[in-house]
Design a protein around this ligand. Structure first.
Ligand code: FES
Ligand SMILES: [Fe+2]
Length: 377
């Protein structure tokens, strides 16, 4: 058997690229694949990102790894195999792959007569990092999977995986996650949608529908995204009023959205702060997952914060489940000014990034400069 048989042929790879482009996923970015705690000892964990089946594990030396959950020999999921703390052995013919590089280290059926260069065979393999309690995986574009572990690609510049910002040594933190039965785009525009609050998030502790009023917020372009500039948040939200009373200092918040899927929020008041990192990750084209990470030094018990955050997330999830029901029938949709302008920017950022990658030219930002958006919420 020749090594070449391991490689995907060109037309097939092109078709695959096209299919994957159609799914509207953004490749060459970090995505959270699983919670760190889900990988126990030498156990293997199945995950899926951007319709790519993954097997995750951690070596005895403590390095998390992510391989395509498919043996390059006959495609059986590698997650059925055995992991010895360094190498993963396929359950079918016992080929062994180094967890950290995906490189094949042994093919048991070979005899001393065989010329096959075992070390030139790679299982699909993705850069992997662990922090903030998550296993982050860098999803490289289609067709480059087998080559991804080559020394050249390791030298390729890759941004660091996203991190939750923190502002003091001591702080509390928590995380929540929930599945959305929709395409990642719907999840993301839902995440940045300023007009649904009074309707979806009506709660005694937050605000009521009757508190709806006109708002004007400053937005500015930032690399691959936009920022809702530091401002004093909604004065009709009880938690902000409490915070202001506690510190006597003004409350400011900054909310950033950055491609492919990330919303970060920072709230400061005197020495007290709260930060969060929310991502919407495509699992499949019809399934996404919201991961919400928060940290704070505000005197607020984790249990109480979680109860509030869960209520919020559940309200969003419930709405998206209902929306998915409607989207099954391919309705025509609308984006209106100014309330849906962030959604328009998201689609424009995404389109411009894809175009820039296609042409090799620098990415054009859809915003010319700072702009004030007005809406009622
Ligand atoms: S299918 Fe994995 S070793 Fe043959
Ligand atoms: Fe919401």
């Amino acid at each position: 058997m020749a090594i070449e048989e391991n490689l995907v042929d060109e037309p097939q790879a092109a078709q695959k690229l096209e299919r994957e482009a159609d799914a509207g996923f953004l490749w060459d970015f970090w995505y959270p694949a699983a919670r760190s705690a889900e990988i126990r000892g030498r156990g293997l964990l199945k995950a899926m990102l951007l319709e790519v089946p993954l097997v995750l594990g951690r070596t005895d030396a403590g390095a998390a790894f992510a391989m395509r959950d498919s043996c390059p020999h006959r495609g059986i999921p590698l997650s059925y195999g055995r992991f010895d703390g360094k190498n993963l052995e396929c359950s079918y013919h016992g080929w062994r792959f180094d967890g950290c590089s995906g490189q094949c280290v042994e093919i048991p059926s070979l005899t001393s007569q065989d010329k096959l260069k075992v070390e030139r065979i790679f299982a699909g393999h993705y850069p992997c990092e662990e922090h903030d309690g998550y296993v982050w995986v860098y999803l490289t574009a289609a067709g480059r999977k087998a080559a991804d572990s080559s020394p050249q690609s390791r030298l390729e510049r890759r941004p660091d995986a996203p991190k939750l910002p923190t502002f003091s040594k001591q702080y509390k933190s928590t995380h929540l996650a929930c599945d959305l039965p929709s395409h990642v785009d719907q999840g993301i525009i839902g995440l940045m949608d300023p007009a649904h609050g009074p309707f979806v998030h009506q709660s005694w502790f937050w605000r009521s529908k009757s508190s709806i009023h006109e708002k004007a917020k400053q937005f500015e372009p930032i690399p691959s995204g936009f920022r809702m500039g530091t401002h004093s948040p909604s004065t009709n939200s009880a938690p902000y009023q409490v915070l202001k009373k506690m510190t006597g200092a003004p409350v400011t918040t900054t909310i950033d959205f950055v491609l492919p899927n990330m919303r970060t929020e920072e709230i400061h008041s005197g020495k007290l702060w709260f930060s969060s990192l929310t991502t919407v990750t495509p699992v499949r084209r019809d399934l996404s997952r919201i991961d919400f990470l928060a940290a704070w030094n505000v005197p607020l018990p984790v249990t109480i914060f979680r109860a509030f955050a869960k209520t919020f997330l559940r309200q969003d999830q419930q709405t998206m489940i209902q929306q998915a029901e409607g989207l099954q029938h391919n309705p025509r949709l609308m984006l209106i000014d100014d309330a849906d302008r962030p959604a328009k920017w998201y689609f424009a950022l995404k389109a411009n990034l894809i175009e820039a990658r296609r042409t090799g030219a620098e990415m054009v930002h859809p915003m010319d400069g700072p702009v004030t958006l007005r809406w009622r919420s």
